[in-house]
Design a protein around this ligand. Sequence first.
Ligand code: ATP
Ligand code: MG
Length: 717
Amino acid sequence: TPTPRTDVFASLNAAQARAVRSNAATVAILAGPGSGKTHTLTSRVVYLVDTLGYQPQDVIVATFTVKAAREMTERMGKALGNGREKKIVLGTFHSVARRYLAAYGQRIGLNQKFGIADDGDSRAIIARICKRLQLTVDPPMARGWISKKKSKGTELSTPVDAKKAATVKGAQMQELETLYQEYQDHLERSNLLDYDDLLVKCVELLRKHPSCVANVQAVLIDEYQDTNGVQYELMKLFAQARHRITIVGDPDQSIYGWRSAEIRNLHRMLEEYPKTDQVALEENYRSSQSILDLSLTVIQQDTKRYKKVLRPIHNRGSRPVLRRLRTSAALSRHIEHALGKAGMAYKMVGGFKFYERMEIKVLLDYLRVIHQPENNDALGRIINVPKRGIGDVTVKALIEEAEKSSMSLYNLLDKHCRGDRIAKTKIMKVAEQKISGDLLRLIRNTRKRVEEISQGTPFGLVEMIEYVLTQLKFEQFITATYAEDHETRWANVQEFIGLAADFVKDLDKLGDDSLPEIDGLQQSKEMDVLPKFLSNVALASDVLKDGDAEQNKPLVTISTIHAAKGLEWPVVFVPSAYNGSIPHVRAEDLDEERRLLYVAMTRAKTLLYLSCPLYGSIHGSGGEKQELSPFLSPVAKFFARKGPCFDRPVMSEVARILQRTLPPDETIYKSIPPMTMTDDDLFPEDPEEVAREVRKAGNATEGFAYDDRRPKRPRLY
Ligand code: ATP
Ligand code: MG
């Protein structure tokens, strides 16, 4: 029996309903956190498809994170039924762009088998070029510069940008330009697109071939305030056939300026589409009155912001708590440790990425080489992993020769193995040639078996991964390499196989995600599942392994604030509300740092717990004395409980609250530092009182947050 469809329209308030049913071509919903923007956007899609009869495949929806995309698909599924939601072109800007490029990219000369260079790849490529050309620029800075250049779109940069750019002068500018060129050449040779390229190339495609989007009826964008120049351009191009655009966003939650997001895209939109129907949503369904009051007091310190009304509709839960604590709990591993000791399951979001674990990375690199033998970076990394006796010197020489001769490492290796004359320099010893012959054979054989699929041989993604693992004797390799934690690492590999299996299952369920054929123009079909899987992995930057959580156990989510955007939890901890963390010491834009805190605070439904260490910092529990975040100092009166708490490390307190409040099956969210400034005796000896309030309010779950801007070393707030 089919499950009954939910009626999304029944739960809408008047303003939401108006936005959902608006007849205007362009609709802008600008409203505060928790006011149901995402809910309204989802309902509008349902309205367009179900009531107005748009074909789901003619509707494009861009979300900010993969998680948001999933949640939205799920909700639409319940409302639409018949699996129609699966046809909607829904995903992050990057994943939607990838789909267009996979389908029609050949029209702009893109090799259909392109791969995606993720953050790690880009970093490595740039570092290598800098070294080879002996450039003096700082590689991470150079990478940021290149990315900014790409993500600007076609618009002129703002005066602020111009001023910033002006600090890069003369010789340095020349180095940057050389590097940019070399980097781009390298990507092209390896048939790779980096994240920015996905968007830039898609812009190029849609400008030259508007027919690719001729069928598009409507374009809807969530978290609009964090779109950058290229994404704005892309939005318009997606909608170029009918100019039907719905955007939802909140300028107060713009937290990606450091990654070229442009708040002024909002004004641009309203100028370019003056007939836009603007809808304000004024009720906050998420946070209790006290949490909302506190959050608003923080954001209102920004006097330049555009003021909006936001009214709470419930007052369930405890008033926010602010604690000043002796120890710093700013490192995620402290939190992990405390949760582990308390026997509580948790999961991590942002920061430590599952796909960046060494054992997974190696495996992924094999798959990437199998997909694209010309991927020099991936091949360079695995040529001697597991160790097969190709000397480091040889590997280095090979990579250099490949780069010098603009040849793919794979072909070069092949030539050496065959003793081809082109390989004049005697880079490889005979033994090494033989060994790399084995590697090449593994790649070739796997590819061959993939091609045989079409002849009915069952060799799917999972079989392929298992084949590679066996051929490589991967388990033995893990055991030998990681004496201490090989079991965990092998379990990760197993989990990876599980993810691949799920992916295949999903594909079967969702069907082919390729786009329709247009105007009789041929579209390239992505036949095999491997490239789809690989791009899914490359674009799933915010999706993580669920810690060691056993099923049905409560789950605490440890997340960066950035990755927590758009989401909500009953209980939220923010454990490092000190000056230097929020705002960050190196932050350039204080207003954006304040907005970041606002985003963190407004994730909470019933309990918001902020803390600030008295001493110590994210770098450890050294002697630095810390001050409370200046964003919080003027708002002490809003806290129910405050006061120093020297006897108890924050994390054990967090764990105690969580133990008392968590019902099974719930996700916990984030922690920002609690802070307290006075000796007020309001804080109870025992967190039981807080817990009781939270329990009364119903579902309690919570989490933590740290910053994701320095992915190597996550910073906990
Ligand atoms: P953010 O700015 O943080 O992204 P948002 O404006 O997108 O927030 P939603 O996530 O859509 O807000 O909604 C917040 C919560 O309020 C959700 O749990 C949603 O289900 C609920 N909600 C939204 N509208 C209504 C409504 N009319 N009645 C009851 N609950 C609602
Ligand atoms: Mg939202």
